[in-house]
Write a protein that binds this ligand. Sequence first.
Ligand code: PA5
Length: 348
Amino acid sequence: MILDNEKEIEELDPQGMVNDLDTFPEQCKEAVSLGEEVEVPFDLNDFDRALVTGMGGSGIIGDLLSRLLDFPVESNRGYHLPKTARPDDLLIAISYSGNTEETLSALRDGRRRGMNTVCLSTGGKMEDYCARESVPLIKIPVGHQPRASTGYMLFPLLKLLDRAGFAGAVDFDRLLENIEALAESWNSSVPSEDNGPKKLAREFAGKVPIIYGTKRNTRVVAYRWKTQINENAKQPAFWNVFPELNHNETVGYQLGSDLMENGKAIMLKNGLDLERNELRMEIMESLFEDENIDYSLARAPKGDKFTRILGQIYFGDYFSVYLALLNEVDPSPVELIESFKSRLKRAG
Ligand code: PA5
């Protein structure tokens, strides 16, 4: 069983994605200290909204900030900022590599509109831009995959925004302790029979996961699970949210059981949903049973909002990497993304 064989894991994961997950608590600790050092030349209390722009593994940070902060945050992906962007919004631009063209373009768009800006990156063109334009840059460690650097990208910004009271009641020490406890339960040395993400990966091996969250609560988690499964396990996965999925996607299960031979739904729960959405999930369970659709439930770890959301993201990260090992693929390289980016560059 590869999931419990350290030597086989090392062979399949030479770049150490599993180790990045096992050491995630240390990454988060280091990242909190990075956030303590950040200086910005403006008063954060002057803003009443933040726009966070980034793509892929960097883009998820905007979604997370939007879910976690007691402050309006709009997450943006693409070449431009939303039409509603105003000079009195704070702009946060994130690119792990510093070279993502959409993010650099959105950053220039915001600067043209006169927005105060903070950037976060390992370097690249974003660092050059910040030096030239005197934009504050939070510089994070290089040498990981962007999606394995969520702690490095999230915590400095959480810490910075917490200084203005935007993060509400976040208790960083408690949160770090909780993440450490989760790592103890889910890390690669914990055998499959006692390891939640390993068990779920075994349940989903050979299946196409269809992940369901809820609009204002677990949306970010469902999307992150989907993209992590795509990038780490190199396989398709789909996602959607309640209540919208009850108005269209649900009907797709009518003829589903034949076509869904390899599909398996999973609903995310974290105890923070509206009662009506809880009820929708229960009814969906009975509908799946009637239509003979394979499904599962995933419950978030207990704790405050931060622990539930980040804990379930962390669970999904492990789940996707364990799925990669069962698929016998190296979780780290994203050859098709690299190849796409170089084709785009060659095209002009
Ligand atoms: O996981 C990945 O490699 C991608 O999703 C990247 O994060 C995405 O292409 C954007 O690159 P960057 O994070 O360097 O801006």
